[in-house]
Ligand binder design. Structure first.
Ligand SMILES: Nc1nc2c(ncn2[C@@H]2O[C@H](COP(=O)(O)OP(=O)(O)O)[C@@H](O)[C@H]2O)c(=O)[nH]1
Ligand SMILES: [Mg+2]
Length: 242
């Protein structure tokens, strides 16, 4: 059956077939990009392992608090480790400036219209940053709960930041992001007295999507429980560096 015929059979009459056909071709191309990325991510992962570079991929919707958490983490862990940061946004270098002001080696990637980072971009950035062996590399991914979830960067730890201001339902609406993460940092708990979000429901929705995920409640603003997250990282890195 022709692709055009398939679309005519399965889709509403209100959407022009040509538009859908274009999207179908795009999906085929996207599939190839994703398959290529899986190979590049595998290469990155063995590079990071052989150089003892512990890579943390930080993901969230825009404004959940990734940069704020990074700032607090660098303040706590910066004296004990070589830390590098790759900052990624469509436009601006404002997060890069925030991190750089803490004295950390940082590189900005601007994707313009692109909504995701891929594994090749990361290896290129790692080489530019001359990341030393036995380091931690944080990647602040683009604020987006959709495409970045699909792109493995070869990271050691995938962390999704969920702020309580987003409500309880986002893990169910954006399951792949939560399904693919190792850890969920539930941020902005200092605001729980002012909003309706129920932390127990949020946690149970996260666990419904991914029963293996670890969750840590914290506030990047007040610093509450930041030490729990840093302790978690210390433990993981201790094993990784052995
Ligand atoms: N109340 C509160 N605000 C926070 C917290 N963490 C971040 N913010 C604020 O949320 C906004 C977005 O934070 P940012 O770290 O830039 O988020 P990003 O876009 O995920 O990097 C800023 O105004 C931060 O000051 C928190 O724990 N509590
Ligand atoms: Mg940011």
């Amino acid at each position: 059956m022709s692709v055009k015929k398939q679309f005519e059979d399965y889709t509403s009459e209100s959407i022009p077939t040509d538009v859908l056909l274009n999207n179908f071709n795009k999906i085929e191309i996207d599939k190839e990009i994703i398959i290529d990325n899986i190979k590049s991510a595998k290469r990155n992962r063995s590079y990071f392992e052989s150089h003892s570079i512990y890579v943390v991929n930080l993901l969230s919707s825009p404004g959940a608090g990734k940069t704020s958490i990074l700032e607090s983490t660098i303040k706590q862990m910066g004296k004990d480790y070589n830390i590098y940061v790759i900052e990624c946004d469509l436009q601006t270098d404002s997060d890069f400036k925030r991190i750089k002001s803490l004295g950390v080696d940082c590189l900005q990637i601007n994707t313009d219209c692109g909504g995701y980072l891929d594994a090749d971009m990361i290896l290129c950035a790692v080489k530019k940053l001359s990341v030393k062996d036995k380091s931690i590399l944080f990647i602040e991914n683009i604020g987006n709960l959709i495409s970045p979830a699909i792109f493995d960067l070869g990271e050691t730890l995938r962390v999704v930041v969920s702020s309580v201001t987003e409500g309880e339902d986002k893990p169910l609406k954006f399951p792949y992001m939560y399904e693919s993460a190792n850890l969920c940092l539930i941020n902005k708990i200092d605001l729980l007295d002012y909003i309706k979000t129920n932390l127990d429901i949020l946690r149970s929705n996260i666990m419904r999507v991914n029963s293996q995920i670890v969750t840590i409640d914290l506030s990047a603003l007040t610093g509450e429980n930041i030490e729990n997250w840093c302790r978690f990282l210390h433990e993981k890195i201790k094993i990784f560096f052995k």
